[in-house]
Design a protein around this ligand. Structure first.
Ligand SMILES: Cc1ncc(COP(=O)(O)O)c(C=O)c1O
Length: 388
């Protein structure tokens, strides 16, 4: 068998909407992107959505829109992709890296409180919903992550690259923090090839992000090309970026959005299969799902090979590869990446849980097209490798 780690599902209106774009006479940002924004905002229940060419762009625009400046301090977990932290450096600000909970890979309220005891004057938190599970945004006691940040006047940007569609307490991720950023990269839960979405309820943030996503121009100039508007004139109000989402990508996104809940259910099927088949195998820890399975987007299924196992994490990955099974590691933590380690003089001992996680960390395949026969083969292979 050959089982890739990730595989996109194209089973809906992707070709139909793409054909509409290709025959429209205009391939970049226009009505499909606007439609995608509207539908996406409606899905998560946010007031505004701004379609961009990646989640990285969305995170950058988010920090810019809330006025993060050189020398500001921004909290971010170490167990994440570099995009979550590099955008802080784009602004000349400094990341303060957080440990995460061992069983979920998430920043917890106690980790956050501990960090706030040690560091004053924090401008923002970039919060990652690791693997597709929501962090504890709010609690009945009023001491959830959002509530703590409000107390300290810390702006919250949610890195929801893994978390669509994800819920916390029956509410979609997208409306808890000040700004939420989603990824539609090729391996994500819905994809546009490359793409991202910034959502917010704040009109001023939305207006700034929309302007900065297209060169700092004061109006959506693509309207000049395909409407009856004759005005060619525009102003540049800031040195913006080139982050807009072309209609070619938005067409795929619209079709994927229609299937988002079906995709999520199919990934949940994979997760349930893994829980049923792997929970009895010694030498591994499985990811803990805190709430109902239905609230999790199941972007990742990361398992941890325990130190007591005779097979190391790297040997495990090699043997899975020999059996034709693709795996990945999410992530080698940022405190171990040479740039962050050396720039900020980071010590692994300050990240005990992240260290314990990453040394055994392996992500298993999890996607809608993964068949039960393939899941069976993956689970049998894991059992063989770990118990032989
Ligand atoms: C947690 C996290 N944040 C941000 C990103 C960046 O997403 P994009 O590739 O859309 O820029 C990724 C991509 O994998 C990610 O995993």
């Amino acid at each position: 068998m050959k089982i890739p780690f990730a595989k996109v599902s194209i089973s809906g209106n992707e070709y139909k909407y793409l054909t509409e774009v290709l025959s429209s006479g205009w391939l970049t940002t226009s009505s499909k992107a606007l439609d995608f924004e509207k539908q996406f905002a409606g899905y998560v229940g946010a007031k505004y959505a701004c379609a961009v060419n990646s989640c990285t762009s969305a995170l950058h625009l988010a920090l810019e829109a809330i006025g993060v400046q050189s020398g500001d301090k921004v909290l971010v977990p170490s167990l994440t992709f570099t995009a979550s932290a590099e955008v802080i450096r784009y602004m000349g600000a400094d990341p303060l890296f957080l440990d995460v909970d061992y069983s979920t890979g998430l920043v917890t309220t106690s980790i956050l409180k501990e960090a706030l005891k040690r560091n004053g004057d924090i401008k923002a938190l970039i919060l990652v919903h690791y693997g597709g599970q929501a962090a504890r945004m709010t609690t009945p006691e009023g001491d959830g992550i959002i509530e703590i940040c409000r107390q300290y006047n810390i702006r919250v940007i949610e890195d929801a690259a893994h978390a669509f569609p994800t819920k916390h307490e029956d509410q979609y991720i997208g409306t808890f923090g000040d700004i939420t950023c989603f990824s539609f990269y090729a391996n994500k839960t819905i994809t546009t090839g490359e793409g991202g979405m910034l959502v917010t309820d704040e009109e001023s943030v939305y207006n700034r992000a929309r302007t900065m996503r297209l060169h700092g121009i004061d109006k959506d100039i693509w309207q000049r090309y395909n409407t009856d508007i004759s005005s060619w004139e525009y102003d540049v109000v800031a040195p913006g970026y080139k982050y807009n989402m072309p209609d070619v990508n938005a067409a795929i996104g619209l079709a994927q959005l229609e299937q988002a809940e079906y995709f999520r259910q199919e990934r949940q099927r994979c997760a349930e299969y893994y829980y049923n088949e792997l929970s009895q195998i010694p030498w591994i820890d499985l990811p803990v799902c805190m709430g109902p399975l239905e609230h999790h987007s199941w972007h990742l299924f990361p398992i941890i090979i325990l130190p007591e196992s005779k097979v190391s994490r790297n040997e495990f990955i090699d043997q899975m590869t020999d059996k034709g099974i693709g795996t990945s590691v999410h992530y080698k933590p940022l405190h171990r990446m040479s740039y962050y380690r050396d720039t900020y003089n980071l010590d692994p001992d300050d990240f005990p849980n992240t260290e314990k996680i990453w040394k055994g960390l392996v992500s298993l395949p999890i996607y809608p097209d993964l068949k039960d026969t393939e899941l069976k083969y993956i689970c049998e292979s894991i059992r063989l490798i770990l118990t032989k």
